[in-house]
Design a protein around this ligand. Structure first.
Ligand code: TLP
Length: 354
């Protein structure tokens, strides 16, 4: 079979051998009744890792974010978000459609909102205006390139929000990538926020699931919201077992994905048909911009003919994501194959394969 390099997303990761074994022997119970021992273990472990009182296992990151928004804010409230955030762009307007919340999108450079921007848009009590209830930010920031917020930047944003009485939710779908890339304990990135959602099913390789963590009272509200949204699961300990492996075994290796992403970005730069956003490559994502007349759709189709699969970010922007299923050798193959499509040799010598 022809070689495939799967760069569409880290959601394509397959469960590891150790996950499959753990799933087969997992002790389970009815989790809507809060009686699944493996889910209890996962929730305790996840909460402890991010330095929160409690956590909740949810079927997806999208549901985790929505449960958080519904637990922090009331219909008619306003939620401040970054304009390219997943919550604003990719969650089917669930916050508005289901929660009756108004989203207030703010622009940012590389996904990093500034504290002054937040203070400027926080509303004073006024009978005409919605209440500013919640600030959300994303770390790593997906559509802005997989960029990281530092502990200091996180703290500064939370200070502004908290001083004005807002809660803060972190969409930390890839917060372990952010921690590994900056070589900090993840608690430095989650400590100042009121709630954090992170995904087990992306670079950490679990087949399904995300965690939503916060105070015990917040988590209880979120549990009701999860039930309302249809996310109460029964013997889901089989999934939690894989999640435990993800947390215990898969965090440190994310550093390999970051090395591979940089190698990929550097290997692809310098072609005349597209630019690679080298400056934003901080974790496991590489974005590029096609030069007209080449469109992202055409670029993706051409790459597919040589087995290199990637995703579209806009009509002229594309995204490649490295993960456990992409080796350094796959990266070298992808670089060579894409360069050959555009008939230009690599400018830097590539690592010998084998
Ligand atoms: N991101 C997916 C797509 O939906 C775009 C991907 O392939 O990157 N927050 C962030 C920052 C995300 O990137 C994602 C998924 C989610 C939330 C939602 O997680 P799921 O897919 O589990 O609902």
């Amino acid at each position: 079979m022809a070689r495939i390099v799967e760069l569409r997303s880290d959601t394509f990761t397959q469960p590891t051998e150790s996950m499959r074994k753990a799933m087969a022997v997992a002790e389970v119970g009815d989790d809507v009744w809060d009686e699944d021992p493996t889910i209890h273990r996962l929730q305790e472990r996840a909460a402890q890792m991010v330095g929160m009182e409690a956590s909740l296992f949810v079927p997806s990151g999208t549901m985790g974010n929505l449960c958080a928004l519904l637990s922090h804010a009331q219909p008619g409230d306003e939620v401040i978000v970054e304009v390219d955030s997943h919550i604003f762009q990719n969650e089917v307007a669930g916050a508005s459609a289901v929660g009756g919340l108004q989203l207030r999108p703010l622009n940012s450079e590389n996904g990093r909102l500034q504290p002054e921007q937040i203070s400027r848009v926080i509303r004073q009590p006024d009978i005409h205006e919605p209440r500013s209830a919640l600030l959300c930010f994303e770390n790593t920031h997906n559509r802005k390139g997989g960029t990281c917020l530092s502990p200091g930047q996180t703290e500064a944003l939370c200070d502004v929000a908290h001083q004005a009485g807002l809660k803060v939710h972190l969409d930390g779908a890839r917060v372990f990538n952010a921690a590994v890339a900056q070589q900090v304990d993840v608690r430095e990135l989650t400590g100042p926020v009121d709630s954090v959602m992170f995904c087990l099913s992306k670079g950490l390789s679990a087949p399904v699931g995300s965690m939503l963590a916060g105070t015990a009272a917040f988590t209880e509200r979120a549990r009701r919201m999860r039930k309302m949204l249809g996310g109460g699961m029964r013997q889901a300990g089989v999934l939690a077992a894989a999640g435990l492996c993800a947390l215990d075994e898969m965090v440190d290796r994310l550093a390999d994905d970051h090395v591979n992403a940089r190698r990929l970005a550097e290997g692809l730069q310098g072609l005349s048909e597209f630019d690679v956003d080298l400056a934003t490559v901080e974790t496991n994502m590489v974005f590029g911009q096609c030069r007209p007349p080449l469109t992202a759709r055409q670029f993706i189709e051409r790459c597919r003919t040589v087995g290199v699969l990637l995703d579209q970010a806009s009509p002229d922007r594309w995204r490649m994501v490295t993960h456990r299923g992409v080796s350094a050798d796959d990266v070298d193959y992808a670089i060579e194959a894409v360069r050959r499509l555009f008939l230009e040799p690599a400018t830097t010598p590539l690592r010998a394969t084998g």
